[in-house]
Design a protein around this ligand. Sequence first.
Ligand code: GRF
Length: 188
Amino acid sequence: MKKVAIFASGNGSNYEKIMENIQAEFLTVIDVVGLYTDKTEAFAIERARRFKTPVHIFELSQYENKIAYETAILKQLQDDGVEWIILAGYMKLIGETLLDAYDGQILNIHPSLLPSFPGKNAVGQALQYGVKVTGATVHYVDSGMDTGKIIDQMSCPIYEDDTEQTLQLRVQNLEYELYPRVIKKIIQ
Ligand code: GRF
């Protein structure tokens, strides 16, 4: 069993689905030792309380720069013996400090079929562009914005009458299935 940290900045529904998969004994390869967030108001914190996951809050504004911020995070990760980092709606680029320490051991999920629509509001971008198929992607994290090597994807149709809300729901449901499946396969 590998010790993992989940990073989330907001809602935390992917974190919750991962925890449910652990409870259901679908995911037996990981032990989630911490929920790391950069936002004091992240709803993910409430969810973490329910699952009794220790929460660590690191706000970038409290540090001199990104290196100092990530150095503090890294110390906590090392104290916890974390071997893998799972990004689940963490809204910052991972910097050199964490990339060097966790080379090849950081996963991210993104709500589009990368390399299409990286960055923010991927669901809105897909709708705006008029593509007929979109989906979700799990990839390794590198220094770019959603540019790391793709591990797996799932797709879904976009319908004429979709709104951002309806499409987001369809894509998130893919994410809830895809992320636990990839974690199970990749983290050994
Ligand atoms: C997900 O759509 C994920 O793909 C993206 O951020 C969103 C996080 O949602 N990186 P949640 O916080 O897990 O509900």
